[in-house]
Ligand binder design. Structure first.
Ligand code: SAH
Length: 255
């Protein structure tokens, strides 16, 4: 009944549903110790920001409880690591709000061992959540410095994620096909190459729209005929998914 009561997006935003009292444990391959000085903050984040907005997949909730988000934010923002908003990570980019990470993970409908491609590695946090959930994770980041930092951070924390510095519009053909693709920067239209790299039945979770204009988070499924069927899930605000090179070959992005 709680699901029904929270069924619409607006209601999700306003919903003050009760919280489950049981925390199921799921066996995945997380390298992260279950406790550190931020464990209570993570628990509060899950109970106050994520469960009330109807994210229920135990593997997602477990990952949100385990992955040390404070390791993925710059030192000056560590005290806000578990707050209900995005944070700057340099180069004009942000680490997404915790709820959005959980929501996109749940909407990818993954099961441990599935192959997932993330476009927009950023800090590496979303990739770490997917790795904690037991997925085989590939992630592409267009800002080479962010890609290198995220790769080193994920390695240091023990997450098995393949990171590539490059333009996500091309996807990762050698590692395709994927069970799901999560795009964490907003293009104006669905990139056709990404659809090609999805398995039939695969999910594409992607924000669409221009920066500073209304964007929507879409959940799409690739049919057996290769066509995408998309559902509009949430109003969102993501940084733009930029093209890697301009016509004269120069990079669009500078630190
Ligand atoms: N998922 C990240 C947050 C992503 S912010 C996290 O968990 O921290 C969006 C990221 O997408 C930015 O780092 C930005 O540089 C990157 N990006 C933008 N356009 C891109 C493209 N064409 N290919 C790959 N990455 C892109």
């Amino acid at each position: 009944m709680r699901r029904l009561a929270c069924a619409t997006l607006m209601m999700l935003a306003l919903c003050a549903c009760g919280l489950p009292t049981v925390t199921p444990t799921v066996t995945t391959g997380s390298p992260t110790p279950a406790t550190d000085q931020f464990a209570e903050e993570r628990e509060r984040m899950v109970k106050e920001q994520i469960i009330p907005r109807d994210v229920t997949d135990p593997i997602v909730l477990q990952a949100m409880r385990r992955v040390p988000r404070h390791e993925f934010v710059p030192p000056e923002y560590v005290d806000q690591s578990y707050a209900n908003h995005p944070l700057p990570i340099g180069y004009g980019q942000t680490i997404s709000q915790p709820f959005i990470v959980a929501y996109m993970s749940e909407n990818s409908e993954l099961k441990p061992g599935d192959r997932v491609l993330e476009i927009g590695t950023g800090s590496g946090y979303q990739a770490a959540i997917l790795a904690d959930m037991g997925m085989i994770v590939y992630s592409i980041e267009i800002v080479p410095e962010l890609a290198a930092e995220a790769e080193a951070r994920l390695k240091r924390l023990g997450y098995d994620v393949q990171v590539r510095a490059g333009d996500g519009y091309y996807g990762w053909p050698e590692a395709a096909p994927f069970d799901a693709i999560i795009v964490t920067a907003a293009p104006e239209q669905v990139p056709e190459t990404l659809v090609e790299q999805l398995k039939p039945g695969g999910r594409l979770v992607i924000p669409l729209g221009k920066q500073w204009e209304p964007q929507t988070l879409q959940r799409c499924v690739k049919g057996e005929n290769g066509k995408l069927a998309c559902e509009n899930k949430l109003p969102v605000a993501f940084v733009p998914m930029v093209k890697g090179k301009s016509d004269d070959g120069r990079r669009h992005l500078r630190p």
